[in-house]
Design a protein around this ligand. Structure first.
Ligand SMILES: *[C@@H]1O[C@H](CO)[C@@H](O)[C@H](O)[C@H]1NC(C)=O
Ligand SMILES: *[C@@H]1O[C@H](CO)[C@@H](O)[C@H](O)[C@H]1NC(C)=O
Ligand SMILES: *[C@@H]1O[C@H](CO)[C@@H](O)[C@H](O)[C@H]1NC(C)=O
Ligand SMILES: *[C@@H]1O[C@H](CO)[C@@H](O)[C@H](O)[C@H]1NC(C)=O
Ligand SMILES: *[C@@H]1O[C@H](CO)[C@@H](O)[C@H](O)[C@H]1NC(C)=O
Ligand SMILES: [Zn+2]
Length: 505
């Protein structure tokens, strides 16, 4: 691999010198070609040696990509809500759906499964009650008896009886669905004029979801359905950030965090047994960054215990919630130092730099995440503005989890050609592509984000080698042991070869 990098570099340097000493005023075209080649070889996948069939697929992709880029309604330049229909019609997208993408390393528990399934399947189950909040949202609960009234919410209505009284429940279903997701057919810029509005709706949707998905039978099915959606999208492995909330039964009894983690483990094992081409899933335990120090300390202690008791499924720990309005990592420094102090392993996978508040306390999260030895960086949107954090991330192989659609919908970037990961990809910075909260954004699985990365900020230059590298990165930078990574890679390779032979012209 090193040899590949040296050759064009040596050639370019030599040509540069020849040119300088030769005194020509028009640069030598050979020098120009060598420099172009040198830059291409520096990008993500730039060192990948392609087979003949891969080269043919690459030529096809390049041709289609050139046509797509010339369109007036180029999807990555549009808001995803407007672009989704166009992306679905793109031949590149169909190919990316079929492509084995490896793992999705940054996905959240209650936004992994489509809201359509939640509405059509879950809210139609018996014992499902709804109330309407005074902020025009819903709350749900499953209960064997009439549940206790909530503050600032109408009396509970049994959905089954409500629907029975309606001639047509489509409007009700659509309104529930519309409240459970940020996706809208309306003008997204008008619906979400700023970050506060979009985050507020995000949090409302999340609260609404919680009553549905924390009901034990739904909790299992929701996760199983989510795994199905990722598997269908040709994702073979998942690292799920999970809040591990209290789960309830119909009679109101509840289960603790260990039960919830064990349920994830059981369902994962069942799914993997039923789908041998799926490698598995691991859980990153998360807590909202709005909690106080004593709660954080308790949760870090609990996380250390869970990691000891469930080493197979439990990958590590992270903080969630909007960085700009939550507490920075440094605020929790005592709690986050506990594992190191006690000599206990608790890998961190911190969200950091999901912000455009340059130079603020929040903006320090990137460096702090690295100081706390984070294993990966969630988003790292602000990484380009932190030259030293960037050097550390590269040197230590701390991959950045890039979630293009999330960053656009949450209003950090408008045109995905301008996403900061464009330059990270042009220099093969350690990174993976993920989808964060696909259901919330009207996406599913991983292919939409791969499309935005490959066609949007990857530009014309990113090629089959880049796609291959991104898939390999998702295994290489996962929390799996080296031995598991080799197994996963072998499984991925088998699917990749089939994908190439099925799709190369
Ligand atoms: C809902 O999903 C469950 C589990 O995935 C399935 O067994 C059931 O048939 C579905 N019900 C409906 C009404 O779609
Ligand atoms: C129910 O209403 C929706 C629109 O409100 C309509 O599209 C649909 O055809 C209706 N379904 C039935 C069975 O009448
Ligand atoms: C949310 O639900 C309310 C009813 O409580 C409804 O009026 C509104 O249209 C829904 N929002 C969306 C985006 O569907
Ligand atoms: C921290 O938050 C918890 C839960 O909200 C609360 O019970 C506790 O009193 C708080 N502790 C301090 C020191 O504020
Ligand atoms: C981070 O790693 C360094 C070097 O291994 C170690 O000295 C330090 O204690 C670790 N810090 C934390 C907070 O884990
Ligand atoms: Zn996230």
């Amino acid at each position: 691999m090193a040899g590949l990098l040296q050759r064009p570099q040596v050639a370019a340097t030599c040509l540069l010198l020849c040119c300088l000493t030769g005194g020509l005023s028009i640069p030598d075209p050979r020098q120009r070609d060598a420099l172009i080649q040198l830059e291409v070889s520096m990008q993500t996948g730039g060192q990948m040696v392609l087979t003949e069939a891969e080269e043919r697929l690459d030529a096809l992709l390049l041709k289609v990509k050139r046509e797509e880029i010339l369109r007036a309604d180029f999807p990555p330049a549009l808001h995803f809500f407007n672009a989704r229909r166009l992306i679905r019609a793109s031949p590149i997208f169909s190919l990316l759906q079929k492509m084995p993408k490896g793992g999705a390393l940054h996905v959240h528990d209650f936004s992994m499964t489509s809201v359509e399934w939640l509405v059509k399947n879950v809210t139609y189950r018996p014992h499902c009650y709804a109330c309407f909040t005074d902020s025009q949202s819903f709350r749900f609960i499953f209960s064997s008896q009439n549940p206790k009234a909530l503050d600032r919410c109408s009396p509970w209505t049994l959905l089954e009886s409500l629907r029975a009284k309606m001639v047509n429940a489509t409007d009700l279903d659509n309104s529930i669905m519309g409240n459970l997701t940020l996706f809208t057919e309306q003008d997204p810029e008008a619906a979400y004029p700023n970050q506060d509005v979009v985050w507020n709706k995000f949090e409302q949707a999340f609260l609404m979801m919680l009553g549905l998905v924390t009901y034990a039978p739904v909790f299992r099915d929701y996760y199983y359905q989510g795994l199905t959606e990722f598997h269908t999208d040709n994702v073979m492995y998942l690292e799920l950030r999970a809040l591990l909330p209290e789960i309830y039964e119909l009679d109101g009894t509840t289960h603790d965090t260990a039960w919830t983690l064990k349920t994830y483990q059981d369902v994962t094992r069942q799914f993997t047994a039923e789908h041998p081409d799926f490698f598995g899933a691991r859980i990153i335990y998360t807590i909202h960054r709005g909690v106080n120090i004593s709660v954080m300390t308790g949760v870090v202690e609990a996380a250390m215990k869970l990691r000891r008791d469930f080493p197979d499924i439990m990958a590590g720990f992270d903080l969630v919630g909007r960085e700009d309005s939550g507490r920075p990592l440094w605020y929790f420094r005592d709690a986050l130092s506990l594992p190191a102090e006690r000599g206990v392993t608790l890998p961190f996978f911190f969200h950091a730099g999901e912000t455009d508040l340059e130079g603020t306390e929040v903006d320090q999260n990137l460096l702090d995440a690295l100081l706390f030895n984070t294993s990966r960086i969630g988003h790292g949107f602000a990484l380009q503005r932190h030259p030293f954090a960037k050097v550390l991330s590269r040197k230590r192989g701390v991959a950045v989890e890039v979630c293009p659609i999330s960053n656009q919908v949450m209003k950090l970037v408008k045109d995905l050609r301008n996403h900061p990961a464009a330059s990270l990809m042009s220099e093969n910075h350690p990174l993976v592509i993920s989808s964060d909260d696909p259901a919330m954004f009207g996406a599913s699985g991983l292919s939409y984000d791969f499309y935005e990365a490959f066609v949007g900020f990857g530009g014309i230059r990113s090629n089959v080698g880049s796609l291959k590298q991104l898939a390999i990165n998702s295994i290489r930078y996962s929390s799996l042991t080296l031995k598991q990574q080799q197994e996963a890679l072998a499984l991925w390779q088998k699917h990749w070869e089939k994908f190439i032979s099925d799709n190369a012209p």
